[in-house]
Write a protein that binds this ligand. Sequence first.
Ligand code: NAP
Length: 315
Amino acid sequence: MSEVRDVIIIGSGPAGLTAAIYAARANLSPLLIEGEPSSTSDQPGGQLMLTTDVENFPGFPEGVMGPELMQNMRAQASRFGTEILTDKVTRVDFTERPFKVWVRDTEYQAQVVIVSTGAQSLMLGLDAERRLLGHGLSTCATCDGFFFRGHEIAVVGGGDSAIEEAAFLTKFADKVTIIHRRDELRASKILQDRAFANPKIEFLWNSRVTDIIGDDKVTGINLVNTVDGTESTLDITGLFVAIGHKPNTDLFRGKLAMNPDTGYLITQPESSYTDVAGVFACGDVQDDVYRQAITAAGSGCVAAIDAERWLEANE
Ligand code: NAP
């Protein structure tokens, strides 16, 4: 029988690490299972490990590199006694308390589990994406639009996110080309109408990006026409991929309530409570709207406070 801990936190982005800082400082000695370094979806530190400059996290007037910010949060969680396990959770059992969490064959038990496994941006699947992410290639206009003042850039996708991001990017860029694989947008009519009326937005229909050009920063993209197969090149200095997100919730399917279409965990309004008492969720795994490091960190704080109060009431 393994030791029963107060709190296990699964996932180590801004949400999980903030939950760990608060839980550790509340004397709950959390175990944080941070993920596997080799994986793209479960990597320790989450999505900020794939970015470069972060200029919108309060407290860093000169900006901070994403990986450095995450290393600092990790050190802060450790300082207050968080035990950190660098591995991947393979199975959970939330049917009774104490809850059980497995890392391969090793079982861990806890009175409370905080889920902060995050989400991942869907990517085009091109080799160049790994090399150029954070170097002209981005998945977040809110985060990176500012870097493209006066540039000519492109957005891939035809849904609400792509059209909304393109409109936002016209505040900075001189020209934004929306590249869509069909000749009809999926986005809502009102967003479409605004985009069609925006003089800085152009459309490239029936087009698929086949490669991103640039050794250490984006200088252009190669395209193929999906109807007639013609190939072309577009010179741009920035590319935003906005083709959707996927929450990392496969582990919790059938165990926690989630949106049946999108897979995002459902939390009760203004709290981090899931449908299982004693299991809390925070960060991008339950947020398909804001998806910012600072909102994730804020919700990690909420989860730790909810967990602490729940433990006190149920012990
Ligand atoms: P989405 O609605 O799933 O749209 C994804 C878009 O990317 C589609 O146009 C799709 O093309 C394209 N796409 C998918 N895979 C691709 C690939 N491999 N290569 C090229 N293009 C690809 O995702 P989303 O725009 O992120 O929106 C997600 C949800 O959030 C939606 O329900 C949306 O309404 C909502 N949302 C709402 C707002 C708002 O109301 N203001 C803002 C943002 C998001 P096809 O059309 O050909 O499938």
